[in-house]
Design a binder for this molecule. Structure first.
Ligand code: NAP
Ligand code: HSE
Length: 458
């Protein structure tokens, strides 16, 4: 167990150190946050005390719970004196052995976690933003203080992908991660594709179900997925992938007709988070909507479900699939971390080493390639004048840009405006060439608008 928690080394018997733990009794938990996730964790601790003791050999007691507003009625109801609005009741209390953080966001949660670790407390967090921004530094601090820092719920909700990358897959050279790691956007995209639900209605449903972040912009614009990809990619590729370096494009430009046309072409539309090792030693990292062939497993991941496909030199291709958000699935991940700590808290050698980044410093980061170097196939949807010669003008510009057309379909002719929708797919081309060509296409007098450009992930 962490020496900062009061373990006292009292002697050596033969080859073994005998450790007298100051934690002979209950393990006290300080829970920060009592919202969707924190509420699930509090209920699990209060309702399952006996099962937890049986599974871990230790009794866990919910000692304090930090919230912003002490006046609100809370679910679950807590024992009197448990709720507090003062973080010092947890951070400065030497009797709190484990801090479980479910507040979210970088401030003040990041500082709380740093202080908890520095005080020798074990930490479990569901916070992808903090782990993306400060993960390697916090891991180094945890290592130094010989305490656990576990963060399974920070990416993939109930899917045990973080632990997998930190242990079961550690022997691999990882080639790529391709994933659906935001439950809110996948829920919205599924509702739009399957039931023609309007974007705003689908988002409201996801919020009601407790999937969305406090600011759902983070979900919709791909920022939440970029934090998670940064966490998973940094573990997989053993060096930081700063979330700011990840190309991020949200789902708000997708229109009902994109789903219709994609389906006719044999694709589903998913928001993918991809990190892949590039031949030059750099990393390609991106979050954006993509057309995925209907028969690929990722195309079949619906609703709040997430999936992470990992390809490694030894394991080959693995896909983990499960609920990516919501109270119960996330509680499973947080409680799994907590029970692991309870099981091992008395280990004389302290927690197992965390896979700290290569490069000598927690800040050592990968070189992430800019998106314009990507080579991909594309789907483009344009509104054009419905007249002869339009396609020839567009095809000439694409051809001049080394972009080879794979399919063209004309849809939804509107006699009133004299326009039609033109849907073009291309063979793989360079992103920079495609973006440049589309700017020229947009300037054509016969093109009313370039409505969407979506990468195709084969
Ligand atoms: P939430 O429902 O908004 O709950 C946040 C809780 O934190 C609330 O109890 C709030 O107090 C408390 N809080 C916020 N700011 C605080 C502050 N400055 N000081 C003290 N307490 C504060 O959020 P959530 O959905 O449970 O998410 C929590 C974390 O889990 C986030 O990092 C999120 O990304 C992550 N996560 C969420 C899910 C999910 O499905 N929801 C899944 C995986 C990971 P009040 O109750 O007084 O407002
Ligand atoms: N808002 C996040 C999502 C919660 O929808 O995936 C889980 O991290």
């Amino acid at each position: 167990m962490g020496m900062g928690n009061g373990a006292i080394r009292i002697g050596r018997q033969g080859q073994d150190w005998t450790v007298k733990s100051a934690l002979d009794g209950e393990i006290n938990i300080g829970l920060m946050g009592l919202g969707t996730v924190g509420g699930g964790v509090a209920a699990a601790l209060l309702d399952n005390a006996e099962a937890i003791r049986r599974k871990t050999g230790r009794a866990a007691r919910l000692r304090r719970v930090l919230v912003r507003d002490a006046g609100r009625t809370r679910q679950p109801a807590l024992p009197p004196g448990t709720l507090t609005v003062n973080p010092e009741d947890i951070l400065s209390d030497p009797q709190v052995h484990v801090v479980v953080e479910t507040i979210g966001g970088d401030a003040p949660a990041g500082e709380y976690l740093e202080r908890a670790l520095a005080a020798g407390k074990h930490v479990v967090t569901a916070n992808k933003e903090v782990m993306s921004r400060r993960g390697p530094a916090l891991m180094a601090l945890a290592q130094e203080r010989q305490v656990n820092l576990l963060f399974e719920a920070s990416a993939g909700g109930g899917i045990p992908i973080v632990g997998c990358l930190m242990s079961q897959l550690l022997a691999n050279d990882i080639h790529s991660i391709r994933s659906i790691i935001n439950g809110t956007t996948n829920y919205i995209l599924t509702r739009m594709a399957r039931s023609q639900t309007a974007f705003g209605d689908a988002l409201a449903e996801a919020q009601e179900r407790g999937y969305a972040e406090a600011d759902p912009t983070n979900d919709i614009e791909g920022i939440d997925a970029a934090y998670k990809l940064s966490v998973l990619g940094s573990l997989a590729f053993h060096r930081r992938i700063p979330h700011q370096a990840i190309f991020t494009e949200g789902i708000s430009r997708l229109a009902p007709e994109d789903f219709r046309y994609a389906a006719e072409l044999g694709y589903a539309i998913k928001s993918l988070a991809i990190a892949a090792a590039a031949p030059d030693g750099g990393i390609q990292a991106r979050v954006h909507p993509a057309l995925v062939p209907e028969d690929h497993l990722l195309a079949k991941v619906d609703g709040v479900y997430n999936a992470v496909e990992v390809t490694g030199n030894l394991c080959g291709q693995i896909i983990l699939h499960g609920q990516g958000a919501g109270r119960d699935a996330t509680t499973s991940a947080v409680m799994g971390d907590l029970l692991n700590i309870l099981r091992t808290i008395d280990n004389a050698d302290g927690p197992p080493p965390l896979p700290l980044p290569d490069g000598g410093s927690p800040d050592a980061a990968h070189q992430v390639h800019p998106i314009d170097q990507l080579s991909s196939a594309y789907y483009m949807r344009l509104t054009c004048a419905d007249q002869a010669g339009v396609l020839a003008q567009i095809a000439r510009i694409l051809g001049d840009g080394n972009i080879s057309i794979a399919t063209v379909i004309q849809k939804d002719t509107d006699p009133g405006s004299g326009t039609a929708q033109l849907v073009i797919t291309t063979y793989p081309a360079r992103e920079m060439d495609v973006q440049t060509a589309l700017q020229s296409v947009a300037r054509l007098g016969v093109v009313a608008s370039v409505n969407n450009l979506i990468r195709i992930e084969e």
